[in-house]
Design a protein around this ligand. Structure first.
Ligand SMILES: CC(C)(COP(=O)(O)OP(=O)(O)OC[C@H]1O[C@@H](n2cnc3c(N)ncnc32)[C@H](O)[C@@H]1OP(=O)(O)O)[C@@H](O)C(=O)NCCC(=O)NCCS
Length: 168
């Protein structure tokens, strides 16, 4: 599948209840991978359940939508993007936000991520947003390469320190 460019074979649909299992599986896997080590102090299953509850509530908010990439020929689901508004505490404005982007491992490198991102950008523009943002883990080089390629640039960097403070 690698190196096969699938872009003309990708259809984007809006997810509904029938895609819930697909959504929660991919969403939970990607979020787990993005977690800093000190936050992996619970089991993966426990984390999935916690996430499911929170995300159920978030998805019910106005403007949240899951876009699903489908292979037109086979009907298989290849990946998803979770789009929604987000309050930016710096500008005090609502902005367009990509909460999650995940492509199934067997479809990576085929242009699916790029098509989903473009779809989200067009959707955001049609909703009168003048920019679109996302958060990506520093260690996620693959995703960062994709975003750079699509002309996303760093705007703010989140910094953390694990407590308690050690002797310095
Ligand atoms: C990141 C991810 C969504 C990319 O999806 P994808 O469908 O494989 O990406 P595409 O095939 O559309 O790649 C588009 C471009 O991004 C770049 N790119 C994508 N993945 C890359 C990687 N792992 N390493 C380097 N560059 C990469 C390439 O330059 C590619 O350009 P090309 O079209 O000239 O080949 C996918 O790897 C994934 O689901 N990863 C796990 C979940 C994740 O980390 N999500 C992001 C959370 S913020």
């Amino acid at each position: 599948m690698k190196n096969l460019h699938l872009q003309h074979e990708i259809e984007i649909i809006v997810g509904d209840e029938s895609h819930e299992e697909f959504f929660f599986r991919l969403e939970a896997d990607t979020t787990w991978e993005s977690l800093p080590d000190d936050k992996r102090n619970i089991s993966r299953d426990e984390f999935h359940e916690r996430l499911k509850q929170t995300h159920h509530e978030m998805l019910a908010f106005r403007g949240h939508v899951i876009f699903i990439a489908i292979n037109k020929t086979t009907g298989e689901k290849m990946g998803l993007l979770w789009f929604g508004p987000r309050f930016n505490p710096l500008s005090c404005e609502e902005e367009a936000w990509i909460y999650n982007l995940t492509v199934l491992p067997e479809y990576r490198g085929c242009g699916v991520g790029k098509v989903l991102m473009r779809h989200a950008e067009i959707h955001a523009h049609s909703q009168n947003y003048d920019s679109i943002g996302l958060m990506v883990s520093s260690h996620n080089e693959g995703a960062r390469a994709l975003y750079n390629k699509l002309h996303y640039s760093e705007s703010n960097i989140i910094m953390r320190k694990v407590l308690p403070v050690d002797a310095e």
